[in-house]
Design a protein around this ligand. Sequence first.
Ligand SMILES: [Zn+2]
Length: 273
Amino acid sequence: MTKVRLRIRNSGLCWAKAHHTMKRAPRKDIRFYATWAEITHPDRGTILFDTGYTSRFHKATSRFPNSIYARMTPVEIDKSEEAHSQVKSEDVRHILLSHLHADHVGGLRDFPNAQCWTSEDCKQEFANLPVWRGFTKGLLHDLMPEDWLSTCNTFESCPAFLHPQLGQGWNVFGDGSIVMFSFPGHASGQHGALVQTENHGPVLLAADAIWNLKALTEGRTPHPIVRLFFDDWSAYHQTLDKLRSFHKAHSDVPILGTHCPTTYSWVADKSHS
Ligand SMILES: [Zn+2]
């Protein structure tokens, strides 16, 4: 099985209410970092898993109705933190999008040479949703390149891969290095990636299937108020069950949620680079 190198990076943050993101958390505002991963494949070059925020978020949400999105999730992003300031644009060959929310697709336009990948359901939702209603599903059409829908590949076009706990997956490069698994609930078509790394062993990038690892280990799931912004609350809980059984079987495999403090600790920790 081919192994890759993994590095967790961050581009911007939004402010969230701690007690909404996790049961029994204090009633205070917390930073919700927008982490993403740089993956170096020995043959396929640099691959990104999500891209974090860019300052284009502010422009894309400057007018009604998208301004509602900006009001609900106040975003802070410094130009120097954007993905293209951290990874050379011409080096990036592939971008794997877990889902299409603004904190995951923000940098997409800065990597015009990369082949983009996402799920069929993500593409379907994007294609079906009128632009003016995009914000209701966390989608900002202005963040996507004009030809994105016709040029983006789907995970489902890759060879299938069956995992005992995670079920049906998609073996992106056919070498087992990165396998995408469906983690629906938070957003339609959301996928995570099981990555075989040479520097950390296997790592599960869970995107927004968990906001905090304690959702799996202590049952501290988000407050039901967030279901307003979720695609499918019961699918979300089924995904959590799937991740719990994965964690039980592979307790040594890190499960990194995009906004989990543990994931953010990997950004600064040199031993994780
Ligand atoms: Zn997110």
